[in-house]
Design a protein around this ligand. Sequence first.
Ligand code: ADE
Length: 251
Amino acid sequence: MRIDILTLFPEMFESILNTAIFKRADERDLVEVIVRNIRDYTHDKHRTVDDYPYGGGAGMVLKPEPIFEAVEAILNETDKRFHNTEEVQIILLTPQGRKFSQEIAAELSQRNHLILICGHYEGVDERVREYLVNDEISIGDYVLSGGETAAMVVADAIVRLIPDVLGSAESHVEESHNSGLLEYPQYTRPPDFRGWEVPEILLSGNHGEIAKWRREQAIFRTASRRPDLLKRAELTSEEKQQAEGLHKPSD
Ligand code: ADE
């Protein structure tokens, strides 16, 4: 997979690209991440990327030209036909986008090429939305000062789903959201920490009973913390009944 990130603050991505997952993905030739400065696609002396909004109002708006030129440069480099949705997903990070989820991360992890565009200031010229991007993603119902942190969240969630990026010890098969349930409680040594003991079942060595306990805990946790997730979780009819008993209407 190739991920191009368009931003006004490329230095913000240095630390995340140096973390184990991204480094490993790069070393194994599984993912290539290229961060580009939108300012490099301007042509005036001041390298202007924003301007006042037509119609007045507070703040500045990102101009369309440098963003279009940056995307077009990437598409030319990679020999992709402009706007071919099958081949490249051009994503604008914006609070107005579809809400990011594990499902969307899984969908995007199947793509060969993503372009993530980080918005800033008061917004991005509407023509970028209308005529350039083919997807818009929000990471939640709050406003960030820019799309950079959102792009990091999205890239991280996607890259770790690409086969062979995670080591076997970091498997995501059982982690929160993968089965539609939150993850069961985890413990490590010591077995007694300040008088708080690890549940005995986990020390029993009985793998069948441990798996059963973990499943129950995951259902209980989801029912008490995120009952909204239960509707779409993969549960047996017995588990469904069990969960309904746990999920009180006041939750
Ligand atoms: N840019 C500003 N806020 C955002 C959000 N919540 N999600 C994605 N991009 C953003």
